[in-house]
Design a protein around this ligand. Structure first.
Ligand code: C2G
Length: 130
């Protein structure tokens, strides 16, 4: 079984997120999504509208997602890849090159982001603070 992993906040889920998950899943037979905890989001300088529990619940309902795990640190990716027997690590290309250190452990793929949509844009268009 070819296992794929990806990471993110996935707040205010939108088509860009779904397209990423769909393309990531298509690279293998199983997709693990590591969703940022509320505490880790604070470390990332992000404030998610939706709680970790609810973002996890929503992701688990997506047909392309097989497993959802917490992302609580920048430093967990190597152990995640090794401990979960991951073959492919996937991120949107806004992260191009940032995770190339994982090439020693698995294939690393950066997929083109979906243009014109983002959680920040949604918040801006709704007139709420980012
Ligand atoms: N994404 C995309 N197109 C968009 C918006 C997001 O392809 N229009 C992708 C991002 O590139 C990322 C994933 O969707 O691969 C999740 O995006 P975010 O929730 O914004 O994740 P981020 O805050 O970048 O967290 O350790 C990695 C971090 O947790 C990534």
């Amino acid at each position: 079984m070819k296992k794929v992993i990806t990471y993110g906040t996935f707040d205010l889920l939108h088509k860009g997120h779904i397209r990423l998950l769909k393309r990531a899943r298509a690279l293998g037979d199983h997709l693990t999504v590591c969703v940022s905890t509320d505490e880790f989001n604070a470390e990332k300088g992000k404030h998610a509208y939706t709680s970790f529990e609810d973002r996890k619940y929503i992701l688990e309902a997506i047909r392309y997602v097989d497993e959802v795990l917490p992302e609580s640190s920048w430093d967990q990716k190597i152990s995640d890849v090794v401990n979960n027997d991951i073959d492919v690590f996937v991120m949107g290309d806004d992260w191009q090159g940032k995770f190339d250190f994982l090439k020693d452990y698995c294939e690393v793929v950066y997929l083109p982001r979906t243009e014109g949509i983002s959680t920040s844009k949604i918040k801006k268009d709704l007139g709420v603070p980012d």
